[in-house]
Design a protein around this ligand. Structure first.
Ligand SMILES: [Zn+2]
Length: 270
């Protein structure tokens, strides 16, 4: 079975993670299809900051909430600043239909054990990492672009869940969303050198089989999660390149930044 399975519900096309599906947790990674946004934001843009009409984004969130059977007022957001802060969700994170939420906390990862709360992280090429602790009923979601990956946000999210919820890494189920993959992630030497510093050669996070260095975020995240104590068989990988599949996913790289954003979401069922 594939690690991520594509579903269509009420016209909304999204991926879900069978490894997590025990009836107590819901997961999705949205595609470009099933929303009302137009042009380069067509159709399922989930961001209020990419020039879209607010009512379009709002409608897209309402459609996603419908698909998940989730309370749209309990969608939890934070500003993504490509760093490594992990934030425990509180009521100040909630908001939908507000456009840009003032004073929203800056954090690339969110964790919670509150039922009915949907964690939301945005992506256009960046990896979204999902965390689920079925023993303690706690979840986490991390936005891991190359900067946050170098800062090891995945392991820091697992560690914070251990501190706050008593999560044992060997119980954690994890998943890595569609993301820009090695085929398309050409980088400058300032980026490849950072990966060389942080990772061992055998982690295969930088490939020199192309004209310029290419970074492999999936290998980097797998290495970090396993070093944090997560079992290999408990990590699901979409293995879908957002840049190669830019008809299906928003891709910053493919469009030179002229695109909408998808979201990864996870929630504990009520
Ligand atoms: Zn690719």
């Amino acid at each position: 079975m594939e690690d991520f399975i594509k579903k269509t519900r009420n016209g909304v096309e999204y991926y879900t993670i069978p490894l997590f599906n025990n009836g107590k947790v819901k997961t999705a990674f949205t595609t470009r299809h099933g929303g009302v946004s137009e042009g380069h934001l067509a159709t399922m843009n989930m961001s209020y900051t990419r020039g879209d009409a607010g009512e379009n984004v709002y409608e897209n969130y309402m459609r996603l909430a419908g698909v998940l059977e989730a309370n749209p007022e309990k969608f939890a957001f934070s500003y993504q600043i490509h760093e490594d802060n992990v934030h425990i969700v509180d009521e100040n994170n909630f908001g939908i239909g507000y456009g840009v939420i003032p004073d929203l906390v800056k954090a690339d990862a969110l964790i919670t054990n509150q039922k009915g709360v949907t964690l939301v992280k945005h992506s256009a090429d960046c990896a979204i990492v999902y965390f689920y602790d079925p023993k303690n009923n706690a979840i986490g979601l991390a936005h891991s672009g190359w900067r946050s990956t170098v800062m090891n946000i995945a392991a820091k999210t697992a560690k914070k869940m251990s501190e706050v919820y008593g999560t044992k890494p060997e119980d954690l189920l994890c998943a890595v969303s569609p993301t820009i993959m090695e085929c398309c992630f050409e980088v400058g030497s300032e980026v490849s050198e950072k990966f060389e510093e942080v990772f061992a050669k055998e982690d295969s996070t930088v490939s020199y089989s192309y004209e310029k260095p290419h970074v492999n975020l999936v290998n980097a995240l797998k290495t970090q999660l396993m070093k944090a104590g997560v079992k290999e068989e408990n990590i699901a990988f979409a293995n879908l390149c957002s840049c190669c599949n830019s008809e299906e996913f928003f891709s910053h790289r493919k469009t030179g930044g002229r695109c909408g954003l998808s979201v990864g979401v996870i929630s504990l069922a009520d």
